[in-house]
Design a binder for this molecule. Structure first.
Ligand SMILES: [Zn+2]
Length: 410
């Protein structure tokens, strides 16, 4: 009698080097997927148990990457955002191993429902949102008018869409006008915190310090544990002194539970802050791109390029993956994401780590030259193959079955 084994796995990613920081995995493992979830991560799973076996030996297998600072509300009415600003999520996510994006405040409370129906519900990328404290979101002169800071509206929208909204965003309150009863130095920050306390979520801060509202005061007096400072290596923040030493207020803030996010963007990432801070032992808690139309070709490129910059600034690969998976998942209150535990949604990325000479730029158009670069070659979103341009999952055409002549379902 011969016994025929029935497949129990839909996909088996075989022989890759798995980095799954939540589970302390850093070595060669197979990853099995069944019914859109992770079924097993272990050495030498039986390939006969899988419908499809994909050889990923020599490559790195990670949880699907989270990018918690992007702008993807591309259907926003142009009169509200003359620069356009947003990019199409699916056009940038999967080719970089990203399976979850968080739009940070492109939509205010007035736009969230439209954003959901026209973008979030139609994208294959999982999209969450920080709701802007400004009722009309961004970008426009209305962001300078405190009469548009509506804590009640922002909090009520977060509570109405708990499956989408992960917090409150404040940004772009430059206070060029003289202060009066309405225009106070902390008006936007105070209203964002008020909204966050009403809905029980974190605030993400984009901030510009002034003598009357300093960065240490933001970190040590205003922000609450679990709140996120994005753009941490932007030029306007005192991060390192003239000797390259990280200021004490950075470590004091971290002890208070303040979260630091990279948030690269078109003008918010400088090696002269970031490289010195990392050399002196201050690594951000999460890596994010601040991807938008102004940064996509000028400075950022994509998430894998941003991760590669951090890698070449001296952060080990294992930690780079941690800062792009489990850490950001926790920061946005979604601990079910960012790892490969059995039962987790099968969001998985496969990277080549290329060796050579690679240049990377910052927002001042200065460069570093690194020796390694991450290049995504394959992405699963909920167990579905959403990126495989190299055909890791495809047969050679000379061996393809007759169905090869039909266009596969998208
Ligand atoms: Zn942004």
């Amino acid at each position: 009698m011969t016994s025929v084994q029935t497949p129990v796995y839909d996909i088996l990613l075989r022989g890759g080097h798995v980095i799954d920081p939540l589970n302390n995995v850093d070595g060669v493992r197979d990853v099995a997927v069944k019914e859109h979830a992770i079924a097993a991560v272990a050495p030498n799973l039986n390939p006969a148990l899988a419908k499809k076996v994909i050889d990923v030996s020599g490559r790195y297998v990670t949880p699907g990457i989270l990018d918690i600072h992007v702008h993807v509300y591309h259907t926003r009415a142009p009169e509200g955002a003359p620069e356009g600003l947003s990019v199409l999520a699916d056009a940038f996510s999967f080719k970089s191993g990203v399976t979850t994006m968080v739009d940070t405040g492109t939509a205010g409370g007035r736009q969230l429902r439209h954003f959901k129906h026209t973008v979030i519900d139609r994208a294959r990328t999982r999209i969450f949102a920080f709701v802007n404290i400004v009722d009309d979101g961004m970008i426009g002169d209305f962001e300078q008018d405190p009469r548009h800071f509506d804590a009640e509206l922002a909090a009520s929208v977060v509570e109405a869409y708990p499956e989408i909204c992960v917090g409150i965003k404040t940004a772009h309150y430059w206070t060029h006008k003289p202060y009066d009863d309405l225009h106070t130095p902390w008006a936007a920050v105070d209203q964002a915190i008020k909204a966050a306390e009403m809905c029980g979520k974190p605030v993400m801060y984009d901030f510009w310090p002034r003598p009357e509202r300093t960065y240490p005061d933001l970190l040590l007096k205003k922000m609450r544990p679990g709140d996120i400072h994005t753009h941490v290596f932007a030029q306007q923040f005192p991060i390192v002194d003239e000797h390259g030493r990280v200021y004490r207020h950075m470590f004091e803030a971290r002890e208070r539970g303040i979260i630091f996010d990279l948030g690269h963007g078109g003008g918010s990432f400088w090696f002269r802050n970031g490289a010195r801070a990392i050399t002196d032992g201050f690594v951000p808690d999460s890596i994010s791109t601040d991807l938008h139309t102004g940064s996509m070709n000028a400075t950022v490129g994509d998430m894998q390029t941003t991760m590669s910059k951090v890698l070449n600034m001296g952060v080990p690969l294992y930690d780079v993956i941690k800062l792009s998976t489990v850490n950001p998942a926790k920061e946005i209150g979604h601990p079910e994401l960012g790892h490969l535990s059995p039962g987790a949604c099968a969001d998985v990325a496969v990277f080549d780590l290329r060796h050579g000479e690679f240049g990377f730029i910052d927002c001042g158009r200065a460069r570093i030259v690194g020796d390694r670069k991450l290049e995504c070659v394959f992405t699963l979103r909920g167990g579905d193959i959403v990126y495989d341009l190299g055909g890791l999952s495809a047969p050679l055409w000379t061996e393809a079955p007759p169905a090869y002549w039909r266009l596969p379902e998208a």
